[in-house]
Design a protein around this ligand. Structure first.
Ligand code: BTN
Length: 319
């Protein structure tokens, strides 16, 4: 934990009360001047902190920061989130997860950033990632499953993202194709899952999840390719990001454990219950321009389960 995270967590444990300079200095193992410096840095970040000579410091308010310790406090003994890194800023959480994976980070490691300077979307697109409003998260998994089953984890993450939105905010979130979550036809979340494998063995999978939580209409880029929305725009209320993250990670943990024991069938059922395309005729388009028409979703599953090339595939409704 950084000094900033430590001092904030101390304030939050004593919410409404003063914490003496001495207590902070001991907890953080820094000098009294160092404490003052940390308080000033927090004020610059928008935190309102009262200082009284005889009593110490008291947190009065400020932006919601994502703190690893606070998120983990709501996770129990979960595998997903057992190791959790919260960063102020990173180029891409997926890139950071890859770095950690190559340095032997454990199954279930989670990276969350407040802001991404080069957030990545599918097909080489950019994922708009302003600070303090959304969730940008990557989860490192090391499943012992056949390589061709790895794309099933994309369905698992889409289901967890959509169900969490529905349960916490009563939104009609639906999954459209493996990588999108929509509310009333507008995209609220995107998934960018990546894999490192040999022919026979998965080294790791990275589930990259971006969810628009408190993003305002002005924060969406001009000329966006598709209608987009956020929880704030749908409900009219800003939500607590930490609560969403805890529920999402708990759900992912539950479904991942179930998937490792029972396989894909329970996830597939949940995905179908949330799917927009259940009764539509589909055409599957490959990157190379190769396409094949399919009558119904059941054929899609056959293709999915046999070829499993989700990341290079687009699904298109016939005109
Ligand atoms: C899409 O194009 O729909 C996929 C968007 C995925 C965005 C998330 S945000 C967290 C993770 N890190 C990234 O750079 N991208 C994914």
């Amino acid at each position: 934990m950084t000094s900033r995270d430590q001092i904030l967590s101390l304030f939050r444990r004593n919410l409404g009360d003063f914490v003496s300079g001495q207590e902070i200095s001991q907890a953080l193992n820094i000098s009294r001047a160092g404490v003052w410096k940390q308080v000033e840095l927090l004020r610059e970040l928008g935190f309102e902190i009262e200082a009284q000579r005889s009593r110490g410091y008291r947190l009065l308010g400020g932006p919601e920061l994502l703190l690893a310790e606070e998120i983990q406090a709501g996770l129990g003994n979960a595998r997903i989130g057992c190791t959790l890194e919260c960063l102020d800023e990173v180029d891409s959480t997926n890139a950071r997860a890859r770095q950690l994976a190559e340095a032997e980070a454990v199954d279930g490691t989670v990276i969350i950033a407040d802001r991404q300077s080069a957030g990545r979307g599918r097909l080489g697109r950019r994922w708009e990632s302003p600070s303090a409003v959304n969730l940008y998260c990557s989860i490192l998994l090391r499943p012992q499953i056949p390589v061709q089953q790895a794309p099933q984890l994309t369905f698992l993450s889409a289901v967890a993202v959509a169900e969490t939105l529905n349960e916490l905010y009563h939104l009609p979130a639906r999954v459209k194709w493996p990588n999108d979550v929509l509310v009333r036809g507008a995209k609220i979340a995107g998934l960018l899952n990546e894999m490192n494998a040999e022919t026979e063995q998965i080294h790791f999978v990275i589930l990259g999840i971006g969810v628009n939580l408190n993003m305002t209409a002005e924060q969406f880029p001009a000329g966006i390719l598709y209608p987009a929305t956020s929880v704030l725009l749908e409900t009219g209320e800003a939500i607590e990001r930490t609560e969403y993250i805890r529920c999402l990670l708990n759900k992912l943990d539950q479904y991942y454990s179930e998937f490792l024991v029972e396989g894909f069938v329970p996830i597939r059922r949940r995905w179908e219950a949330l799917c927009e395309l259940m009764n539509a005729d589909l055409t599957v388009m490959g990157h190379s321009g190769y396409s094949w028409p399919m009558a119904r979703l059941s054929e899609f599953w056959q293709v999915m389960l046999s070829r499993c090339k989700v990341s290079g595939t687009e699904f298109k409704l016939p005109a």
